[in-house]
Design a binder for this molecule. Structure first.
Ligand code: DLL
Length: 443
């Protein structure tokens, strides 16, 4: 961990107080809110009421937090099937904001917020940023997309709510992003980790040394990234990198965030109730076991989500965090249950490839997986950028690198895949979520 941050004033920020609520009080509050949200969803949302009725379940039967397991799940398909407004629990006159998440296939999903929902969103984002050691006086550049995506506006209102100075840069135009960081003395940036990698590369090309900038924290999320990636980012830019998690269906960014211990992400449990279930059977799993994260919104008005199946794979970390927060923590989300590739019968996640690549010196954390099918057999090629230095070296050095990579990938993946070493800057950069897999298999 990088230790360049000054001692944090932010943890004394009154906005962070709910993070330290005594556990019995927190559980009481959660139960009270759960009962209210279930009653509301049952009254206002037809899909939810009919699912509960089918189970012969009435809202009054939710008497303890454990009873949450009796409630039906909600899935992304429910949002698609009721597109656009079918899951709203508030009349349109109370809905003050809509966001849209496009996803990869089919119709987008629409999410809604009342004024109170926006206040909750801002408050959890303030708590995220305060937990990262940021406070009034910081200059925060928001380089997530502003618009239908929740990243930009979510981080924006959080930073403003904290009392920091916001630079609403949105995505794109790396040269201008770097100029703003330098000229304004930006102290923190919020964007996807892959976009920040791009900014690091571009800054070097422009002769700007990131390590010399006042930038001291990065709040990165919206896509999976690994601890190896964190180390790479921290060593290239001398900042402290934090993982922030969220999804449109639940609120946007701000469902959970790392504190300065970097031991998992605290979930803002007074608003979002986490469970981990077996992705296949839906059965609840104990703390410390990996499974699918299921989230229930405890205070959402416009669009409550009851037991929403996120498809994100994580675990509830046992024990308490040394920071003193009573909020439970989830492990970093390295993968989704639906991003698993099955190549010649072997299960592969893109994050495993990233872990293998970052172990090998001479490669850059820019990679892409290309899938093809030859004579009925799936082929996987990992394209990985190598440092310009490697390309100017002798051929033997490239071959050596190739062999080391092959060995690391064989070990991590358990099958042989082909590797293409490509020059720096040849893999397309993304301004938002990186596209790691190109599937050219024709079914
Ligand atoms: O990505 C919200 C967000 C914006 C989170 C900015 C953090 C920062 P969606 O576009 O609805 O919302 O995508 C949600 O992105 O289910 C995860 O699969 C993935 N995701 C989000 N944060 C992380 C993270 C925003 N820190 C989906 N690590 C989620 C891994 C993440 N995956």
């Amino acid at each position: 961990m990088n230790s360049v941050l000054e001692s944090s004033v932010a943890d004394c920020n009154p906005a962070s107080e709910p993070d330290y609520t005594p556990l019995t009080q927190l559980r009481d509050l959660q139960l009270q809110r759960l009962q209210a949200v279930v009653a509301r969803a049952w009254r206002q949302v037809e899909l939810f009421r009919s699912r509960m009725d089918e189970r012969g379940l009435a809202p009054q039967q939710i008497r303890s937090l454990e009873d949450i397991g009796k409630l039906p799940f909600t899935a992304k398909s429910d949002l698609r099937d009721t597109y656009p407004f079918g899951l709203f629990a508030s009349p349109m006159k109370d809905v003050v904001r809509l966001h849209v998440s496009s996803g990869t296939t089919g119709k987008p999903i629409v999410v809604a917020y009342t004024k109170e929902d926006l206040d909750v969103w801002t408050s959890v984002m303030v708590r995220c940023l305060a937990g990262c050691g940021l406070h009034r006086g910081d200059i925060i550049q928001v380089a997530y997309g502003y618009g239908l995506f929740t990243g930009g506006l979510g981080a924006h209102y959080g930073a403003e709510g904290l009392g920091a100075t916001v630079v609403p840069a949105s995505t794109g135009n790396a040269d201008r992003q770097i100029m703003l960081m330098k000229d304004f003395g930006v102290t923190a940036i919020s964007c996807t980790p892959t976009y920040f990698l791009h900014l690091i590369d571009r800054a070097a090309e422009l002769g700007v040394d990131m390590k010399e900038l006042p930038l001291r924290a990065g709040i990165f999320g919206a896509e999976p990234w690994t601890d190896s990636m964190r180390r790479h980012i921290e060593s290239m830019s001398r900042i402290e990198a934090f993982d922030i998690y969220g999804l449109s269906e639940i609120i946007g960014p701000g469902v959970g965030c790392e504190c300065r211990q970097h031991q998992g992400l605290h979930v803002f449990e007074d608003h979002f109730y986490p469970e981990i279930v077996d992705p296949i059977t839906g059965e609840p799993l104990p703390d410390g076991c990996e499974g699918e994260l299921v989230l229930t919104t405890l205070s959402k008005q416009a669009m409550p989500m009851i037991r929403y199946r996120t498809r994100d794979i994580s675990m509830i970390l046992p024990g308490r965090c040394e920071c003193g927060r009573t909020l439970r923590r989830i492990g970093r989300i390295g993968r989704r249950s639906d991003d698993m590739l099955i190549i010649r019968g072997v299960n592969i996640f893109p994050s495993q490839v990233e872990t293998a690549l970052l172990q090998i010196e001479g490669t850059l954390p820019h990679y892409q997986i290309v899938l093809t099918r030859e004579q009925g057999l799936d082929q996987m090629e990992v394209q990985v950028e190598v440092t310009p230095q490697m390309f100017t070296d002798k051929i033997g050095a490239l071959q050596g690198l190739h062999d080391r990579l092959q060995e690391a990938l064989d070990r991590v993946l358990g099958i042989r895949v082909s590797i293409a070493l490509v020059e720096a800057n040849t893999i397309e950069r993304s301004e938002g979520k990186a596209k790691r897999v190109i599937d050219r298999r024709t079914l």
